[in-house]
Design a protein around this ligand. Structure first.
Ligand code: CA
Length: 241
């Protein structure tokens, strides 16, 4: 018995075997799927049903996935993940204003597609408000962490009076930590705040940037190590009280 509250995903793919692996993988993740072999059936299904996302093969027998997506975009902003068989199609997905949210190249692992689906849905959904309601305790602390100063105009962060040379992501990451110094951020929260198009499942990207940030802070003050690691959770700038 399908769960009536489960998120529904439309799969548009003319190869039944490929569709079957997706139906299975998404089903084990708790999604309800509907499958269409043809583009025109997909448009009809989309107009009929409340889908949260569409997985769309570029090469369909009756129409091209790009045209389908363009037509769809006139009436809906449902997230779309393209399935593509050829590298030259990727350029079109990335380069054209088709309105795709992601793409996967065949042959793919169904688990990978399921992970992309979750990631696109996370991005499409407004961030949950609950974790964000944990404000920093009102204290007599300065608004930012001691030793740090954010110079918005110069797009620069100073540490112990010294301007740090940071990459874009290091800057955004450190700024996030400095602005809420006692808050513990999970990797996923950092991912969502800092990376505009978070890389799938690569929360280790956060770790990598934390590592380079630590090295740069250490170059300023070798004795201090202001970024605190919370094992299995994430990072904060100071220890939470
Ligand atoms: Ca095909």
């Amino acid at each position: 018995m399908p769960d009536p509250t489960a998120a529904r995903i439309l799969i548009v793919e003319d190869e039944q075997a490929i569709a079957d692996t997706l139906i299975y993988a998404l089903g084990t993740d708790g999604f309800v799927t509907e499958h269409c072999l043809l583009g025109r059936d997909a448009l009809a299904a989309l107009r009929r049903g409340n889908f949260v996302l569409m997985i769309l093969d570029v090469g369909l027998p009756d129409m091209n996935g790009f045209d389908l997506c363009r037509e769809l975009r006139r009436e809906s902003n449902i997230p779309v993940i393209f399935l593509t068989a050829r590298n030259d199609e990727i350029d079109r997905i990335v380069g054209l204003e088709i309105g795709a949210d992601d793409y996967v190249v065949k042959p793919f692992s169904p688990r990978e597609v399921a992970a992309r689906v979750r990631s696109v849905l996370r991005r499409a959904r407004p961030a949950p408000t609950l974790p964000d309601r944990q404000p920093d305790p009102p204290t007599d602390l300065p608004p930012t962490a001691p030793g740090f100063a954010i110079d918005e105009d110069a797009h620069c962060i100073r540490y112990c009076g010294q301007a740090l040379e940071l990459t874009r992501y290091e800057h955004l990451l450190l700024k996030t930590l400095v602005e809420s110094p006692r808050r513990v951020f999970s990797r996923e929260q950092l991912m969502q705040r800092v990376w505009t198009a978070p890389d799938h499942s690569l929360e280790r990207t956060v770790d990598t940037h934390i590592k380079t940030l630590r090295a740069k802070l250490k170059a300023v003050d070798p004795a201090a190590d202001p970024i605190v690691t919370h094992r299995g959770i994430g990072y904060s700038l100071l220890r939470p009280r």
